[in-house]
Design a protein around this ligand. Structure first.
Ligand code: AMP
Length: 192
């Protein structure tokens, strides 16, 4: 299996690139943010719970997120591989993912780290608010909080995965197609 993590701060372009990478390599795209938003739209119990965190720019608790992700992987048992977008976001989530994939006889192939500097992220998210309809993009203090949460809780994952030599860095500033081709090149290196 080819199992990729698209890693990076909010606004780095993970969603846009994940869709393209999933299509290119024939992977199932799992975005925890998209799944939470679908649950919010559908008015499910999970959606109500998730919304209370998302609207403040906080992380949904690990046990909820891990359980949901596990369910989504199980639903796609015939997949050639996965691209995880927005997951894992904490060390316990990464540990759970490793354990879970190893139960299935597989592992993470590569972690693509999309790098964009902070002020550019804020600018992009404020622009996205005009079209995304996302309440967590509409308020600059929520955007800043999401970036702080990223720095404190998610960024340490880079070292967690670097220890296994799986992290590939890609510059997230530039044309979408250029970034996509850089990501594909890094994935091909990982496959070789
Ligand atoms: P995203 O669409 O990836 O920007 O995620 C939007 C929001 O959903 C985040 O700010 C979190 O509140 C929540 N969320 C998404 N993925 C996770 C995750 N792996 N762990 C905890 N919360 C998450």
């Amino acid at each position: 299996m080819l199992n990729l993590i698209l890693f990076g701060p909010p606004g780095a372009g993970k969603g846009t690139q994940s869709v393209k990478v999933a299509e290119h390599f024939g992977l199932v795209h799992l975005s925890t943010g998209d799944i939470f938003r679908a649950n919010i739209k559908g008015g499910t119990e999970l959606g109500v719970l998730a919304k209370s965190y998302i609207d403040k720019g906080q992380l949904v608790p690990d046990e909820v997120t891990i359980g949901m992700l596990r369910g989504e992987v199980e639903k796609n048992s015939g997949a050639k591989g996965f691209i995880f977008d927005g997951f894992p976001r904490t060390i316990p989530q990464a540990e759970a993912l490793n354990a879970f994939l190893s139960e299935k006889g597989t592992s993470i192939s590569s972690v693509i780290s999309l790098e964009v500097e902070e002020e550019e992220l804020v600018k992009r998210l404020k622009m996205r608010a005009e079209v995304s309809g996302r309440s967590d993009d509409a308020d600059e203090s929520v955007i800043r909080n999401r970036i702080e949460v990223y720095k404190n809780e998610t960024f340490p994952l880079k070292d967690f995965y670097a220890a296994s030599g799986k992290v590939k860095i890609v510059n997230g500033i530039g044309e979408i197609e250029q970034i996509f081709s850089d990501i594909c090149a890094r994935v091909e290196e990982a496959k070789a």
